[in-house]
Write a protein that binds this ligand. Sequence first.
Ligand code: ARG
Length: 585
Amino acid sequence: METDWFDVKSKLGTIFYELSQEIDGFTKDFEAEVRIADPRFGDFQVNGILGFAKKNKKNPRELGAKLLAKAQQSKNLVNCSLELSGPGFINIRLIPDFLQRWVHTFHNQCDFKHRFAGKTIVVDYSSPNTAKQMHVGHLRSMIIGESIQRLLKYCGANVIRDNHLGDWGTQFGILIMAVKRAQIDVSTLDPEKALDEFERLYRNGVALTKQNESFSAEARRQLVALQKGDPENLHVWATINEVSYRAFDEIYKQMDVTFDYVFGESFYRDQIDHVCKDLEDLKIAEENQGALVVFHRDHDRFKDQPFLIRKSDGASNYGTTDLATVLYRVENFHADTMIYVTDGRQQDHFQQLFLTVKRWFSAKNIPLPQLKHVWFGTVLGEDGHAIKTRSGESIKLKQLIDEGIARALAIVKEKNPNLSATEQNEIARIVGTSAIKYADLSQNRTNNYVFSWDKMLSFDGNTAPYLLYAVARIHTLLRRLEIPSNEKREPKSMATFSTQEELTLARKLIDFPSTIAQVLDDLRPHYLCTYLFELASEFSAFYNANRIIGETTDIFEKRLLLCQFTLYVLETGLYLLGIPKLEQM
Ligand code: ARG
């Protein structure tokens, strides 16, 4: 099997395009648009003839017939049976012998490294603000970002995982004011209770600023003093951050999330003045009511809605640190691409940031990196509104994760009473956190979704427990056969796939590479979830109807190959979603 058949869908696209170029009536802008077909009609379908014919006022059925005739003579397509269907589609079915060779060739060696080889990509994710505990609003960036960085690394990129903490913003002005007014020595706080105490002080501070403008002014002064390096304010600030990091780390550990850098906004504080001056000198930024802003005058909305980079009191802000960060990542990491994973409500911020960077870098002759905002919708409660506690506060992430683990533990204890408590706890941690991750990732990220414990912890349907169970089931089989899960076998003979379930499962396995390609196109992991769920369902149908143990060697070997490859794809896929390995459940 030639390696260029690894992604069958894309290979077919290339072949049909090339064939079309030898036919009168097709032009360069024809796109074959090969899609995965409804299995009743074929494995793939060439879909592009219709649209092309319409655009060029030609008869699609005629064009289709010409392309089909050419394809039937092509020696590149000897492994496919072809037919013309409907108003000009070409149905493609792969022959069983091809399916078999494909599975055998790529077993254990799916290689996607060429896709991003040589590219340096910064993924900016999680990035909560310090001084507060993480709440449910911080869930999605962590989960989606972790999956995306794994995918990019798997596809050969040099990935830099950066947790860009919000540790230099307005919350510190308010908090420092509140700490000072309460005359608290922050170094004496009990570390266990300090974060709650800071949250309480913060709430008090906010209440004060709402009461009276003089408190707001005081909070702004404290922030400016901090940003100018006032030692007392820096001390309070550093203590608060220390406490926050510890709480964040606990969550990252539970969720199997790790970073290469945790610089945070404050890391760039020495570069702020330079950024502002540079943009002013280049006439990109201008004074506006005492503040420094960037107008994008040729943009519909941003022509009267400027990008703020220095407030009128002299404080820097989110925009300023983000500008400094882009420059730093280009100069120090030589980043080709930066990916920001945040809530959809930050779309304006990132559009303005990217527009500003474009003008800034072009004025300085710095090659523009690719900047991409990967945004997501809101997590909703069962009532359809943003999820909240009963008293209306946002749910702490720690509590949410602990609850997931506790619920999973109850299920594990019931299903597997004979395991030791240590084993039960570790399985529960994996099942509970994976259920939360998977429920999030299986939704198109730009949609809102309803958070439901019952659904995400169910063993039926498109859930983590269902997939983890499918994996465990194959491990159990292999243990029983005493065959290592990753062993590459070279049997002397092997029967050809022939039963309906064998063929359907093999067909599904072939879609793994094109699924990865689809996920990467727009960084949407839900395509992978749907694929894994369908694969696990096909596997289940296969396993229930096709005996493995007790068959002759020929049949045993082909079915074992399907089991091993399915396991490999399921485990790889789950890894790419940030879900840990689990060999028994
Ligand atoms: N700290 C921000 C927040 O909590 C997210 C930061 C995203 N990254 C960035 N470079 N702006 O919403």
